[in-house]
Design a protein around this ligand. Structure first.
Ligand SMILES: [Zn+2]
Length: 221
């Protein structure tokens, strides 16, 4: 017996061509961020960060928060890939607007989970998002075997920026990667909060020769 497919967000019945979200939830339910609409953020970024963007504004207590939570803990690989498609479309447009595809070869870098956490959850949601982005853009994904978390850090939730920075300092290790000057790693994650995690990862990538780094997330708090 076949069960009808339902939207992971609003539970309405999906059309044949829809996979995890209905058209309304995908395109109209969530608020796009300024960085997605205009392509820039107000914040001052470190010099080595080429750009930072998020697709949607995080809605505390809302549908998007619930979906992000389930993406992390319910092994919704297909949802991660679908979200990645949407992020990939915006990134591709952005790359064309800013002209950096003429200068750089993007390489997608999913924020790694600690092995233990990845085993518990069954997958890394950032990797699923990368698969979607790659499916749209054709950009390669950095091998998961080359980048990992050395420590299983306690949750960043509830910590102020400075505490988060200390909690995450020195946590990433990259092996056997030397970025060439024209390669631009783009860090991919689900939610951007204070940026402590992605900035720490950017620092690790710099130590392997990356000169310009991009940051793209599904949502920002
Ligand atoms: Zn829906």
């Amino acid at each position: 017996m076949l069960f009808p497919k339902i939207c992971a967000c609003c539970s309405c019945q999906l059309a044949d061509e829809e996979s995890t979200l209905c058209e309304f939830c995908k395109y109209d339910r969530f608020e796009l961020t300024d960085s997605c609409i205009s392509g820039t953020t107000e914040e001052i970024l470190p010099e080595h960060i080429e750009f930072r963007m998020s697709l949607w504004q995080f809605d505390k207590g809302g549908y998007l928060q619930d979906l992000m939570h389930r993406l992390k803990y319910e092994h919704l690989y297909g949802l991660g890939v679908d979200f990645g498609f949407e992020l990939g479309k915006v990134l591709r447009r952005k790359a064309g607007q800013n002209g950096w595809l003429f200068c750089y070869q993007p390489l997608l870098v999913p924020v790694p989970l600690h092995r233990k956490k990845e085993r518990q959850r069954g997958y890394n949601q950032a990797f699923a998002i990368c698969e979607g982005v790659s499916g749209v853009t054709g950009w390669a994904i950095l091998s998961e075997r080359k980048l990992y978390r050395k420590r299983n850090t306690r949750t960043q939730t509830g910590l102020a920026f400075e505490e988060r920075r200390k909690n995450i300092s020195g946590v990433f290790e990259i092996i056997g990667v030397d970025f060439l000057p024209y390669e631009m790693p783009i860090i991919i994650d689900d939610v951007y909060t204070t940026g402590a995690t992605v900035m720490e990862l950017a620092q690790t990538l710099r130590e392997s020769g990356a000169e310009r780094i991009g940051i793209a997330t599904l949502a920002e708090a």
